[in-house]
Design a protein around this ligand. Structure first.
Ligand code: 475
Length: 838
């Protein structure tokens, strides 16, 4: 303890909750263990230690967090409100240590307590509040906004159960409830004082107010309370800490009392359960589920809570809402929050007395919409019946938006009635639906896709009419990922190597990775690079051994990795066709000279998506045969890593030699895993789809393995009547592979097991695997040949990392700020900010 007494007789004791020297950290850690967890070290569990450390770290970012909020409130600054039904922020401890720049002190402090920092970091249960790319993008953007000192609030849903945990039993996916809150969440603070109420159901009535103005009011038949839970999102080495505000649904007390008074105790409790259901569970589909009332309730609930919250914040410093759109930029992360357009109109008109025209101007100025998908079946729509019974007032408002909009259409296209039904916010082609993408498009001042190709296809295809009508609204914002999590935290070996050559400025200015280019020709650097790769591959190999009981060779085997949600359009099964093709070559000639490969898969299938689950089973079944065939002699290994999530993905990206990005061209909006791989020095085998196109442009054609049909060739071939059978019957190797799957070679106990998959390929092949098969195999052969030349492979690997700088989410956020949000950075002061030493 005397270590805190310094400078002779001038006594300085660092605050237990802010000091960041090793001794203070140790004391804070044991204080938290005692006072927050109520444990002596002797009886503390690993989780107690994790919690004590998490509180110790949280203490150290609270000052920044509160100062940030105070700064935003005092100055009239414009705030970005990111509206997203999903956030996949991943574990927080490691990230916060990096952003506070206190990793080494903390490592030493816990070591001196006889603990290991990496073990404690691994103890954290991540908040799996999203399905995949869309939710993870929201998390990267929150990180970048904080790092760039952009005032921001992330609004979303605090699901009690996030995305299910996946186990693999006999090769099949089994879903386990994600009880992420079981042991407590040290990062969130409930703000019950900011609770709001949300109505649902009921009816509307019109009336004349005291000024004899015609008005409408909504009389909901039930209300739900929204309680905000706040998580600080600290930027990297800056004072800005923004808020992720997630809403939990609770029953209003009044219901309980009312029912209790009439003695209906059961009814009261039932009502409570019903209300709280709204934020109970994340829908585990990465495509929308049509027609589920609870899903619409979730969307409306969090959007209404958030807009009411913004209005409250606004009116704390402003006289009225006239300049709401000047002080808030609300970004709609896909159509999931697009009901916000109607809800803001309702709040402005029915609650705050605005006239339609001014309310509409404010609404359009406030919202902007990001589209994330080209799959037509993924466009959200709600049947009028369901919509009207849950949100009667919003349906009226949507009708009025539509009436005015279609009036514009009529003037714009006077002689074309077909335009009316194409543009209408209401789909009247069969059963009637509200089209959420149309609502988002008319209610926003900006619309963007998430990669160049995706934005082009939106303009040509999915949102073509809207593009013709308002071309000025459309922009592209190619996705990006945060280098803090996806390089610094996930790949310390690479971080150190890069920094040893070019310093560490690249962590916030990722373009500076360019400075690595000259080192691609330096034999010493290449050696160091290869060793680094070997080291991280060995790390992953150990995990695989532990987790799956499969031994893989990190030294000579090419790590060929395919991780993402399981989906037919992402074509994990095309990868399987390649594995079987190689297997057949070995079986025909056991002494064949083949480049050893480890095929690593990971990803969850939506629980109701039969074909995706069958693909998981196929991967595992093929693995079972290939991994255990003595003829293979370990040259091919197939691994399925269970429960792919942010935590489990972090050791995966750094260890890849080859990144599989093989979606059918025109189907993957962008991809972000593709960026994480290439940034970590993997080479990509990919189609010209999503951001692959731009990645290839950046890294150079010669450093990218391209194959397959292009988007326009896909649609051309489709329109000419694509026949997969022709490819099957004319390609011997392909035929053999398909026949083996159908014959039960990989499912001896049930030979018909994979029939649905085979039939789908032979008779429909929606995603054109058979058309792309030969091109894929040829390209994989080029990959193998290239891998034999280790030195050149390493060179290509270095060039990939060096040229990937533009795929930082910092770059993406700067573009959103300039082109869509019109917001500026606001530096936050911290008088007693204690700089990290050394
Ligand atoms: C794209 N999720 C990627 C990524 O832009 C892209 C849909 C409905 C309900 C719940 N979740 C979803 C998505 O649509 C999604 O994740 N889309 C992905 O967004 C970020 O990189 O290509 O597929």
């Amino acid at each position: 303890m005397n270590d805190n007494l310094t400078n002779g007789n001038q006594i300085q004791i660092e605050d237990d909750r802010t000091g960041i020297d090793v001794q203070t950290l140790k004391r804070a850690f044991s204080d938290n263990l005692f006072y927050a967890l109520g444990k002596f070290p002797e009886i503390a569990t690993k989780n107690d230690f994790y919690m004590a450390l998490a509180y110790t770290v949280r203490d150290r970012l609270l000052r920044r967090w509160l100062n940030s909020q105070e700064t935003y409130l005092k100055q009239d600054v414009k705030i970005v409100c990111y509206f997203s039904a999903e956030y996949l922020i991943g574990p927080q401890l490691g990230k916060n240590l990096i952003n506070l720049a206190i990793v080494e002190q903390v490592r030493q402090a816990v070591e001196e307590c006889g603990l290991n920092l990496d073990d404690l970091i691994e103890q954290e249960e991540e908040p799996g509040l999203g399905n995949g790319g869309l939710g993870r993008l929201a998390a990267c953007y929150m990180d970048s906004m904080a790092t760039l000192n952009i005032p921001a609030i992330g609004y979303g849903i605090r699901y009690e159960f996030g995305i299910f945990d996946q186990e693999i039993c006999e090769g099949w996916q089994v879903e386990i409830t994600d009880k992420w809150l079981r042991y407590g969440n040290p990062w969130e603070i409930p703000r019950t004082e900011a609770t709001v109420e949300v109505g649902l159901g009921g009816y509307t009535e019109s009336f004349y107010d005291e000024n004899n103005r015609y008005r409408v009011r909504w009389l909901p038949d039930r209300t739900v309370k929204g309680v905000p839970y706040d998580t600080p999102i600290l930027g990297y080495k800056t004072n800005t800490a923004n808020t992720l505000r997630l809403w939990k649904a609770e029953a209003p007390e009044s219901f309980n009392f009312q029912a209790f008074n009439v003695g209906d105790y059961y009814g009261a409790v039932n009502e409570k359960t019903y209300s709280e259901n709204i934020t109970k569970v994340l829908y585990p589909n990465d495509e929308p589920i049509q027609g589920k009332q609870l899903r619409l309730e979730q969307q409306f609930f969090f959007v209404s809570c958030s807009l009411q919250d913004m209005i409250r914040l606004h009116l704390a410093t402003q006289e009225n809402l006239d300049n709401f759109g000047e002080l808030f930029a609300a970004q709609l992360n896909d159509t999931h929050p697009s009901i916000g357009v109607a809800e803001l109109m309702r709040l402005l008109m029915d609650v705050h007395d605005y006239e339609w025209e001014q309310a509409w101007e404010i609404t359009q100025k406030t919202f902007a919409y990001t589209n994330h998908t080209l799959l037509p079946e993924a466009l959200e729509k709600w049947s009028l019946g369901l919509f009207g019974s849950l949100l009667p007032r919003h349906l009226e408002i949507i009708y009025e938006i539509n009436r005015r909009f279609l009036h514009e259409i009529r003037t714009h296209y006077p002689n074309d009635v077909s335009k009316l039904s194409n543009f209408s916010l209401i789909d009247e082609t069969g059963e009637k639906y509200v089209r959420m993408a149309h609502l988002a498009c008319v209610g926003s001042h900006a619309i963007n896709g998430v990669a160049d190709l995706h934005t082009q296809l939106l303009k040509q295809d999915v949102l073509r009419g809207f593009y013709e009508l308002f071309p000025e609204k459309f922009t592209n914002k190619t996705n990006g990922v945060t280098p803090r999590r996806w390089i610094v935290l996930s790949n310390p070996e690479l971080t150190e190597l890069i920094t040893s050559k070019i310093g560490d400025n690249w962590i916030t200015h990722l373009e500076e990775l360019q400075q690595l280019e000259p080192f691609a020709d330096d034999p010493n650097f290449r050696n160091a690079w290869r060793q680094m790769k070997q080291q991280v591959k060995t790390r992953l190999a150990r995990r695989i051994e532990k987790r799956c009981g499969i031994t893989v060779d990190p030294n000579y085997s090419l790590f060929d990795i395919h991780v993402k949600r399981i989906h037919e359009y992402k074509r994990q099964h095309l990868n399987v066709l390649h594995i079987i093709t190689l297997y057949n070559r070995i079986k025909k000639n056991p002494n064949i000279d083949i480049v050893p490969r480890t095929f690593i898969f990971g990803g969850k299938a939506a629980p109701s998506y039969f074909m995706a689950k069958l693909i998981i089973k196929l991967i595992n079944s093929v693995g079972e045969v290939v991994n255990n065939d003595p003829d293979v002699r370990g040259r091919l290994k197939v691994v399925f890593i269970p429960d792919y999530n942010v935590t489990n993905s972090q050791p995966v990206y750094p260890a890849a030699d080859l990144s599989e990005q093989i979606s059918t061209a025109g189907k993957e909006a962008s991809g972000t895993g593709n960026m994480k791989f290439s940034l970590n020095g993997a080479l990509t085998i990919g189609t010209l789809d999503g951001a692959n196109v731009e990645i290839r442009q950046q890294v150079g054609e010669e450093n990218f393995f391209l194959f397959g049909l292009k988007a326009e060739e896909v649609s051309q071939m489709k329109s000419q009547g694509y026949n997969p059978w022709e490819f099957y019957s004319s390609n011997e190797a392909l035929r053999e592979v398909i026949d083996q799957i159908s014959s039960g070679l990989f499912s001896p106990e049930e030979s018909n097991l994979f029939k649905p998959l085979v039939d789908s390929l032979l008779y429909h092949d929606e995603y054109m695997l058979l058309a792309d098969y030969q091109s894929y195999i040829d390209c994989q052969d080029r990959v193998s040949e290239a891998f034999r030349d280790w030195d050149n492979w390493t060179r290509m690997s270095i060039l990939n990392t060096a040229r990937m700088g533009i795929f930082s989410s910092d770059r993406a956020i700067r573009e959103y700020c300039q082109d869509i949000w019109n917001v500026q950075a606001v530096p936050v002061k911290l008088e007693d900010y204690v700089q990290a030493k050394g």
